[in-house]
Unconditional design. Structure first.
Length: 170
């Protein structure tokens, strides 16, 4: 059984490890190596993630078992894509689970915790982007009430990857 909790300063290194490994595994074969290195360095920077956790500019939910992080979800107030309704929404920026834990319900547990966070924040909904080729993630989000709104490019350096824009009103 996993404990789901908000992340603290002690979790920064594990979040960086899970995030950079998972992102590189998903996109590493289709993104130019220099673009990937630049992206990982920027998005999984220790100072950046530590500051987001400390300043509460983002909410990191983690799944932990036996003092080991297995997954995390990141929520943040971000610029809303024009396809979304004009409403106060939060973005599910990341939901990453270590590969050995796929299919064990950890992603669903994190989604429930994050959804409660969004509701407690007074938001009228939440949204996310998911790689168009990640069918299992799309199905997971659909099971949790998200609906696809369309496809848009997500740039990693010079590489444009199609992502599905999804949202759930609350």
């Amino acid at each position: 059984m996993c404990e789901i909790r908000l992340a603290g300063a002690k979790d920064v290194n594990a979040i960086i490890q899970i995030g950079s490994h998972t992102f590189n595994k998903a996109y590493g074969d289709i993104v130019r190596p220099d673009d990937m290195a630049t992206y990982l360095e920027k998005m999984f920077d220790h100072i950046r993630i530590a500051a987001e956790i400390a300043d509460e500019t983002a909410f990191y939910w983690v799944a932990e078992r036996d003092d080991s992080l297995l997954a995390y979800a990141k929520l943040a107030q971000t610029p809303r894509p024009k396809q979304l309704p004009n409403a106060n929404m939060m973005e599910l920026v990341r939901l990453y689970v270590v590969e050995d834990e796929y299919g064990k319900g950890i992603g669903s547990d994190l989604l429930r915790a994050a959804r409660s966070n969004v509701m407690a924040s007074g938001c009228s909904g939440w949204w996310l982007r998911v790689w168009q080729k990640n069918a299992s993630a799309i199905r997971l989000y659909e099971r949790h009430g998200f609906k696809a709104l369309g496809v848009e490019p997500y740039l990693i350096g010079e590489t444009a990857n199609p992502v599905v824009l999804m949202h759930e009103p609350l």
